[in-house]
Design a protein around this ligand. Structure first.
Ligand code: CP
Length: 316
């Protein structure tokens, strides 16, 4: 594997999930694979889980790891071609990415959307320029439109904890005060639609995701109807795709409660984290027996390790 930016880069998702679970059972089985190989993790935005889990995954494989918080510690990057750089940018991505490729065998990049210009964000301009100019395999640490390491960890968690062969999984919109990206729900939907499960997306009117990501899903504005017989509920806020980045007033009653859990099949509750308590998810859910959010975050290590292992195996 030379690129991990979406589910479409994976030849066999079942095999990758199995690989992640095998690594969970025996984390240090491939310590020689990454010997004398270096992973560079480049963050243009903050992170807790992605940074620590990917770093741990790489160390489990025997790799060296370098982390650069580009937004705080790096030079201000220019992305446009042909411009006179007489403003605030100091270094062009052509040189910056190429130099990183000299130091690392694999590069991970996190680059969030601006949520102002939909075409710009959905073109994945920043992420694709890193891929184009660095010259080494690249793993997405969350881009403008997708978060594939999160989605793989989510699928691993569902496979691990499901109690029937084809569980019902519901992605539900949740309230928030800020405009958040669509990357996590896009990506989750895209992975769930390719997995062998019954998948429903529910959200208030106005929050429809780009249909490229939800093909094959059942979509409804009726949250109670969606939650019936659910085995897993994935809670996440996102801002509107159309008009892009908009947050509408109201919909606070979309928060998941223990009362709503009663209509499910004793559903396990997931969230990618970080989560704003009592805004996106209630204390009673997060501190209750149905929450698996910390377990899910733990599985980020095995998802990252499975991807890095495949990348290392492909290095010449
Ligand atoms: N879920 C997730 O990606 O967490 P971080 O933003 O902390 O990495």
């Amino acid at each position: 594997m030379k690129l991990f930016s979406s589910v479409n880069d994976v030849t066999n998702i079942n095999a990758l999930v199995k690989e992640a679970l095998a690594l969970k059972a025996d984390p240090y089985a491939h310590q020689d694979l990454g010997k004398n190989k270096t992973l560079a993790l480049i963050f243009l935005n903050p992170s807790l889980r992605t940074r620590m889990s990917t770093q741990k995954a790489a160390m489990n494989l025997g790799m060296n790891v370098m982390v650069l918080n580009m937004d705080k510690e790096g030079w201000a990057l220019e992305l446009r071609d042909g411009v006179v750089m007489n403003g605030s940018t100091v270094e062009h991505i052509r040189e910056a990415a190429a130099v990183m490729g000299e130091y690392a065998d694999i590069i991970g990049v996190r680059s969030f959307p601006g949520l102002k210009d939909r075409e710009q964000d959905y073109s994945e301009d920043i992420f694709n320029k890193f891929v184009k100019y660095c010259g080494v395999p690249v793993v997405s640490l969350e881009s403008a439109t997708r978060h594939p390491l999160q989605s793989l960890a989510d699928l691993v968690t569902i496979e691990e904890l499901k109690t029937r062969p084809r569980p019902k999984v519901v992605l539900t919109w949740a309230p928030h005060v800020k405009a958040l990206p669509q990357a996590v729900p896009n990506s989750f939907a895209e992975w769930m639609c390719k997995a062998n499960l019954d998948f429903t997306v529910t959200h208030p009117e106005g929050y429809a995701l780009n249909t490229d990501f939800t093909k094959g899903a059942t979509i409804t504005h009726n949250q109670d109807e969606a939650l019936q017989h659910a085995d897993f509920i994935y809670v996440k806020n996102w801002s509107a795709y159309e008009p892009y980045g908009k947050v509408f007033d109201g919909n606070e009653d979309w928060i998941l409660t223990n009362d709503r859990l009663k209509i499910t099949n004793d559903a396990k509750v997931m969230h990618c984290l970080p989560v704003r308590r009592n805004l996106e998810l209630s204390d009673e859910i997060l501190d209750g027996p149905n929450s698996i959010v910390v377990h899910e975050a733990g599985n980020r290590v095995w998802a990252a390790q499975a991807v890095l292992k495949q990348m290392l195996e492909g290095l010449s």
